[in-house]
Design a protein around this ligand. Structure first.
Ligand code: ZN
Length: 441
């Protein structure tokens, strides 16, 4: 699988990260089905916006790219996305791009003018097929400064000649930097070869990005992707979510309002091809729905008495997932199975019956990446913070008990409390008006 990753020029909001979650669910499902999944998700680390942000922030362009790449990686990992097999950066694959452009020029699909290289869209008969458009209906590409150098206004830039003060790399046609589309064609070929199964990305990438990827790769003689999957947008008031909405929808902010696993559940719950209309109310309702599932897993776990489970996917869930990753239908199976499990628990059913349902629910949650007893949720910082809070309350109770004993001049009891805590590794430090506690290192 090749999935178009982020252009790392701003912090990720929930709209950006939906694609990461959707394709993570697909990769998990394919893996569960026995496929060996190689997932390539690129990082676009050179781009007009990255360069101009470097200028406004007064730091090198690569510092901007590295900074936001880390923010994206954090967001993916906070939401429990399995890291891709490889995450190539565009700037690390310039030689592959030069090779591809040379081939395209050789076979008459591209041409160089004054240091720019353009793809000749009229030379490729299939141009427009992926997005279902006719070439004559298309607007000018408008993606380079050298519009007048093109043979046709719809030709798009593979390579842009260097401008003073901007980063550039040497090529046979002069110094410059890549156009966005050539990056993905070159990286897909470098890691997946001439033909691979699935190409994914956001719906907004169908045209021109993916149309242009197809043109470049097929014109160079590759078969390229067999299937295309495009995830829809996260919308607010019906509009595609955008940066102008401010910080409240940054992943780092939303996970302060709900737990990360609840945000993941919410983002995964819609069909990947449907828009997801974001609101805090819908997010809250979705979190409650997840908690119901989570509560069952925790209660069933207590009932069966251990964390092991056998993978057992109900047929209806498998059918839904195989039907173009129909997660809403798959979730209906999860809800039904949990209802069934809750009834069994209420009626104090036989261990084997509860265990069977417990196996099914955890297997399904594993595919969706939201099993509350699996990593990263089982050992999340939330539960660690909660544990520290509880520990503090319990130790404070003991400290109060000791103070009361001292006041009653029952020094034997006060010492016994201190000794007991010390045996457990908790030391008390008395000062004039308070007692502090520490865990021995
Ligand atoms: Zn791409």
């Amino acid at each position: 699988m090749y999935v178009c990753g982020a252009t790392v020029q701003a912090a990720p909001h929930v709209g950006h990260i939906r694609s990461g979650v959707a394709f993570d669910v697909l990769a998990r499902w394919l893996t569960r089905q026995g496929y060996q999944v190689t997932l390539v998700r690129n990082v676009t680390d050179i781009d007009d916006k990255i360069i101009s942000k470097g200028v406004t922030e007064n730091r090198p362009w690569f510092a901007v790219a590295a900074h936001y790449e880390r923010e994206f990686q954090n967001a993916y990992s906070v939401l429990g996305c399995t890291p891709p097999t490889v995450e190539p950066r565009a700037t690390g694959h310039i030689t592959h791009m030069v090779e591809l452009m040379s081939r395209l020029i050789e076979c008459g699909h591209a041409y160089a003018v004054d240091g720019d290289v353009y793809f000749d869209v009229r030379s490729f008969a299939e141009y427009g097929q992926l997005s279902g458009q006719k070439i004559d209906d298309l607007l000018p590409a408008g993606d380079s400064a050298g519009e007048s150098r093109k043979k046709d206004a719809r030709d798009f830039a593979l390579w842009k000649s260097a401008k003073p003060g901007e980063p550039s790399w040497p090529t046979p046609w002069g110094h410059g930097r890549p156009g966005w589309h050539i990056e993905c064609s070159a990286m897909a070929q470098a890691y997946l070869g001439d033909v691979f199964d699935i190409h994914g990305g956001g719906l907004d990438l169908v045209f021109p990005h993916h149309e242009n990827e197809v043109a470049q790769s097929k014109a160079a003689g590759q078969e390229f992707a067999k299937f295309w999957l495009h995830n829809a947008w996260v919308t607010t008031s019906g509009e595609k979510m955008s940066k102008s909405l401010g910080n409240s929808l940054l992943v780092s902010e939303v996970v302060k309002r709900v737990r990360p696993v609840e945000l993941r559940w919410y983002l995964a719950s819609a069909h990947y091809r449907s828009n997801l209309e974001f609101s805090d109310a819908a997010l809250g309702e979705s979190a409650v729905a997840y908690q119901r599932i989570e509560n069952f897993v925790i209660r069933a776990h207590e009932f069966v008495g251990h964390s092991d489970y056998e993978h057992n996917i109900p047929d209806a869930f498998a059918q839904a997932m195989n039907e173009d990753v129909n997660v809403p239908a798959a979730l209906a199976v999860v809800h039904e199975t949990v209802t069934q499990g809750n009834t069994l628990l209420q009626n104090n059913a036989a261990d084997s019956e509860v265990h069977a349902v417990y196996n099914q629910v955890r297997s399904m949650l594993d595919v969706l990446g939201v099993d509350p007893l699996a990593s990263p949720w089982a050992d999340g910082t939330n539960s660690q913070e909660k544990t520290v809070e509880i520990l503090d309350a319990l130790v404070q109770d003991k400290i109060a008990e000791r103070a009361a004993a001292k006041l009653a001049k029952d020094f034997a009891k006060a010492d016994a409390i201190r000794d007991r805590l010390r045996d457990l590794g908790v030391t008390l430090e008395d000062s004039v008006d308070s007692v502090r506690w520490n865990v021995e290192k």
